[in-house]
Write a protein of this length. Structure first.
Length: 763
């Protein structure tokens, strides 16, 4: 007699009970019976076909429509391309194809396209086989609009050579330039970044993968830069110039990766080749020759020239290793070595032929021949020693070794004077190949003092060695303390405190001046220094920093969430007599979320920021430098105060049987900056106006489902921005005596945007 067996899923519960009863009566071990009938497994209902479809069906989406912008504004469209009034095409796509989820065909492809009707477009096409390989090609573009209110008297804005109009009238200052205002021409300060990339990933063996990628990026447009002609403290003359941007960069990377449950390994190579098709910016001097200039340096024969970012190259090879030494211990290590080089040919000592005829001592080399070697080592070990105790230790070492040759350069100051052939005079400067070495040791840990409460603590020591700086050695010690507690099911709190103290070797304020000049020049300068002896650069000065962070969350009910956050940072530059002496940041945020059901969500927030910094200085100049630098009545203090207040709220609601989604977001932010200047009795100061900004931004959107696979989207966006900046507002190009400005203004706009689009989803 043969015994039939059946899959357990076909046995009804009543039959299972009957089988168990028969087995007990016959003394048959139920375990043996279960091998045939798997009687102990509960019944599993057949999968819901609709659920399977939702989880496995691959849908594509196509969206197209039109958007209307009411007014021109560079600020409104800074990164989006919505900078001009008029109509824009709205076109997005996400088209996907792959084999059936339960089939053998693992090939797939996907086309993603965003903002095709705007200058901020993005397209990516990906093709591959799941678990085997992937290849892609992408293109993206980002516009950056800075200002549309700048103007210049020069012809050729956007190019490398700027010339003045034929009827130009020069002067030793802007007051004598009678054709300055009539000659002004507007130009846009903007640039466009475009990137094309391709990549390929491949599983070459179990646990082994390779990744390669190449990107070609261009950046074209215009920014601004200050051009100066002159050679001493009294005769320089300046103009704000349109600087051309014409950058190109090639990037290549390759990775070899290994991964298993215990170990991970990566070997990588990176290459960057940067090129600039504009080597320099040349401009015709709009000023007449003045005292201290060679006559040929003034208008109309005089010119100035600035070097623009040079071609350069960077290569790096790196390795990563991670090992789960045990179930409770993990080790990771990073090692990277890179080389940066720059050998762009030097520009001539001067662009003016009349001054070039005086050159006796040529440049010591044809190019900088710059080279920096960069080494980075990062080791970390972490362990959960007990269920209550965990810790990690870190060692980080970085060495930026600048191997650029150091030479003496017999320069011509600001394209305005003849070369001084004396190699021991004041026309010799040495380049300073700055190097930096850093070592950081840190240990952090946490201990669970109660079921829901953990204390954390950490110590860190950092040591930095620098060359050609006022402070060659600096050390900083940091203490970190923290408390994390989930006080109840409804409330939690996280508090962190950090104190860091930085000091180091003797601060030598005149070191950069001494090391970049000849001993003869240093001896000829009164006092042998350029900056006040008591001045401390804030990134090198002794400092005590205190940081406090608090995060509190409370859920009074399942649909409510209340959060509060506070951040406090205080920097005390205790040894700085002059320079930045104190700074403080306070930030407080309250946020609220209410989600009564799956169809409705509401949120709101409010943030207050307070920023303060104090700057001390003493005014000195000319031949009275030493006397004035010791006179406390020439002291001045600048107190910087910035207040920023922001609020926002929004909601989203679904109605009409899930056919209509409505939502809105609103943000309001207001800032005020104050600079109060106090001075001693020997100085005269005037109050500075406040710096003000105010933003109102409202977005209302809706989506109506015509069919399950079709819907219409509507969006209304309104934004109003107002700002007052005394540094640019109402400052005409001839406002300053010795500087031609852009006549720019701070941004103000009031813009409406309406967009309507149709969305179609398909298999």
């Amino acid at each position: 007699m043969k015994t039939a067996t059946y899959p357990a899923k076909n046995i009804a519960p009543t039959k299972r009970a009957l089988c168990r009863a028969v087995a007990a009566a016959c003394l048959i071990p139920t375990g043996l019976l279960a091998q045939d009938f798997t009687l102990d497994e509960p019944a599993k209902p057949p999968p819901d076909p609709e659920m399977v479809r939702e989880l496995t069906e691959v849908l594509s989406e196509l969206e197209f429509g039109i958007g209307l912008v009411s007014d021109d504004s560079f600020r409104f469209g800074k990164y989006t391309g919505l900078n001009e009034d008029g109509a824009y095409g709205l076109l997005d796509a996400d088209i996907r194809r792959r084999g059936a989820y339960d089939g053998e065909d693992l090939t797939y492809w996907r086309l993603q396209a965003e903002n095709l009707g705007l200058d901020s477009r993005y397209v990516k096409l990906e093709y591959g086989q799941q678990g085997d390989y992937k290849t892609y090609i992408l293109y993206d573009q980002i516009p950056v609009f800075h200002t549309e209110t700048a103007s210049t008297p020069f012809n050729g804005a956007g190019g490398g050579v700027l010339s003045l109009p034929a009827n130009w009238v020069a002067g030793t200052g802007t007051a004598g330039m009678t054709q300055l205002l009539p000659s002004l021409k507007p130009f846009d300060v903007e640039h466009d970044r475009k990137r094309l990339g391709i990549g390929f990933n491949k599983v070459v063996a179990p646990r082994w993968t390779v990744k390669t990628g190449y990107q070609y990026e261009t950046k074209e447009g215009t920014k601004t830069i200050g051009g100066v002609i002159g050679n001493s403290g009294g005769n320089p003359r300046a103009v704000i110039l349109p600087e051309p941007i014409d950058y190109k960069e090639h990037k290549f990377d390759a990775e070899l990766n290994y991964t298993d449950k215990k170990q991970q390994f990566q070997l990588a190579y990176r290459l960057s080749l940067f090129g600039n098709d504009q080597d320099s910016l040349v401009w015709q001097n709009p000023y007449s020759a003045i005292g201290g200039w060679a006559p040929a340096a003034g208008y109309p024969t005089g010119q100035g020239e600035l070097a623009l970012p040079p071609d350069n190259e960077y290569q790096q090879i790196s390795a990563f290793y991670g090992n789960n030494l045990s179930d409770t211990t993990r080790f990771t290590g990073d090692l990277a070595y890179g080389i940066m080089t720059q050998d762009e040919a030097f520009l001539p000592i001067t662009v003016n032929p009349a001054l070039g005829a005086s050159i006796v001592n040529p440049l010591p080399r044809d190019s900088l021949d710059g080279k920096i070697e960069h080494l980075l080592l990062n080791l970390q070990i972490s362990q959960r020693s007990t269920p209550k105790l965990h810790w990690k230790g870190q060692l980080r070492y970085e060495d930026r070794d600048n191997k650029t040759p150091r030479d003496a350069y017999n320069y011509i100051g600001g394209d305005s004077q003849f070369q001084d052939p004396a190699l021991d005079g004041g026309r010799i400067r040495f380049n300073e190949p700055y190097s930096r070495e850093e070592l950081k040791l840190a240990v952090d840990g946490g201990y669970k003092v109660a079921q829901r409460t953990e204390l954390t603590a950490g110590l860190e020591h950092q040591k930095i060695d620098r060359t050609f700086t006022e402070r060659e050695e600096a050390e900083e010690d940091t203490l970190r303390l923290g408390l994390m507690s989930r006080m109840s099911e409804k409330a939690s709190v996280h508090v962190r405190y950090q104190r860091a103290e930085r000091d180091g070797s003797t601060y030598v304020g005149e070191e950069p001046f001494v090391s970049s000049n000849t001993p003869e020049e240093v001896a000829a300068v009164p006092g042998g220094w350029e900056n006040l002896p008591g001045l401390r650069k804030f990134h090198l000065a002794d400092r005590v920093r205190d940081k406090l962070n608090l995060v509190f969350n409370f859920m009074p009910a399942e649909m409510w969430n209340l959060g509060f956050g506070a951040n406090y940072v205080s920097d005390d530059y205790k040894e700085s007599e002059f320079g930045l002496t104190k700074s403080q940041i306070e930030e407080y945020t309250v946020d609220l979320a209410y989600i009564p059901d799956e169809h409705t969500s509401i949120y709101g927030f409010a943030t207050v920021e307070r920023l303060e910094s104090d700057q001390d200085a003493r005014a000195f100049s000319g031949t009275a430098k030493l006397t004035q630098s010791a006179d406390p009545t020439r002291d001045w203090i600048a107190l910087h105060r910035d207040d920023v207040d922001s609020v926002g709220f929004g909601f989203k609601h679904t109605l009409m049987n899930n056919k209509l989604d409505l939502g809105a977001d609103y943000v309001y932010s207001k800032s005020k900056g104050r600079i109060d200047v106090l001075s001693g009795s020997s100085l005269t100061t005037e109050p500075l106006p406040n710096l003000n900004t105010e933003l109102n931004s409202l977005s209302i959107y809706g989506k109506y489902r015509i069919k399950p696979n079709m819907h219409v989207r509507v969006r209304y966006w309104y934004e109003k921005y107002e700002s007052d900046d005394w540094a640019v507002d109402n400052v005409a190009p001839d406002e300053l005596a010795n500087v031609i400005t852009l006549g720019d203004s701070s941004p103000d706009y009031d813009v409406h945007f309406i967009g309507v689009s149709f969305v179609y989803r398909f298999k």
